[in-house]
Ligand binder design. Structure first.
Ligand code: ZN
Length: 85
């Protein structure tokens, strides 16, 4: 899912946090993607408040999907660990 930059119209990407990725693996990466900032190749970091309200609503839905994905991964890991023991 990509969004247009509010300043130049280029598509922005989620600026993932390397630290969160190292700390939490896949779950950390998903959560960082859900709550991290956006980055435009031309303008650099874009804060969420710069995007128009309807785009922010879409982002919120996308973030909820990512959080749901992270929860699913945690549940799967627990199920696998329980099955192995
Ligand atoms: Zn831009």
């Amino acid at each position: 899912m990509s969004y247009a930059c509010p300043r130049c119209g280029e598509s922005v990407r989620r600026a993932g946090s390397k630290g969160a990725q190292m700390a939490g693996g896949l779950v950390g990466a998903l959560l960082a993607a859900a709550f991290g900032a956006f980055e435009c190749p031309k303008c650099g970091k874009i804060s969420r408040s710069e995007f128009p309200p309807d785009v922010r609503r879409k982002m919120m839905k996308g973030s909820l999907g990512l959080v749901a994905g992270a929860v699913l991964v945690i549940v799967l890991v627990i199920v696998v660990i329980a099955a192995l023991n």
